[in-house]
Each structure stands twice: as C-alpha cells, then as structure tokens.
Design a binder for this molecule. Structure first.
Ligand SMILES: [Zn+2]
Length: 83
C-alpha cells in the first residue's frame, strides 16, 4: 500500500517549522515538474504568518525516504564500505 494515497502529487513545506500540506489543499494546483524546489508565498498555519514555502514532489520524497531506509539498514548491517 502506498502511503501517499490521500495525497496529491505535490506538497508544500514550511522551511522554518517543517509543517507541510497537500498543495491542492493549499489551493495550489498549477504546479509543473519544473516547479520542484521552487518556493511559493503562502500562509503557514503553525508559524501564523506568510512564508516562502518549498514545493516538493511526493514521489521524490518517498524515494528519498526509501533511500534513507536502505542506507540505514546497510549501516546497521555493517555493509557500508565492504562493496
Ligand atoms: Zn511554519
């Protein structure tokens, strides 16, 4: 089961507090692939003020999370550096 079933393709994330939300829920629908890494001015409900929120692709984040999991497993298993 994919953990992002409830999510759209994009999220926006606050660089200050780390809070994120579905870009669609934030009313941001016109995002294209070349928008990745860009920032959009938006309201962060945690900070309570306008922030330059990072646009990130859910797929990229999941891949990064999986890569980190693999790296952690390799570290724990002592597989690092033995290749
Ligand atoms: Zn914030």
């Amino acid at each position: 089961m994919r953990p992002n079933n409830q999510l759209g393709e994009w999220i926006i994330r606050c660089p200050d507090c780390g809070r994120w939300k579905d870009a669609r829920a934030a009313g941001i629908v016109r995002i294209h692939a070349r928008s990745v890494g860009k920032r959009v001015l938006g309201m962060c409900s945690d900070c309570g003020r306008m922030r330059w929120l990072r646009v990130e692709r859910v797929e990229d984040l999941l891949e990064a999370a999986q890569a980190i999991e693999r790296m952690s497993a390799d570290l724990e298993a002592g597989r690092v550096g033995s290749a």
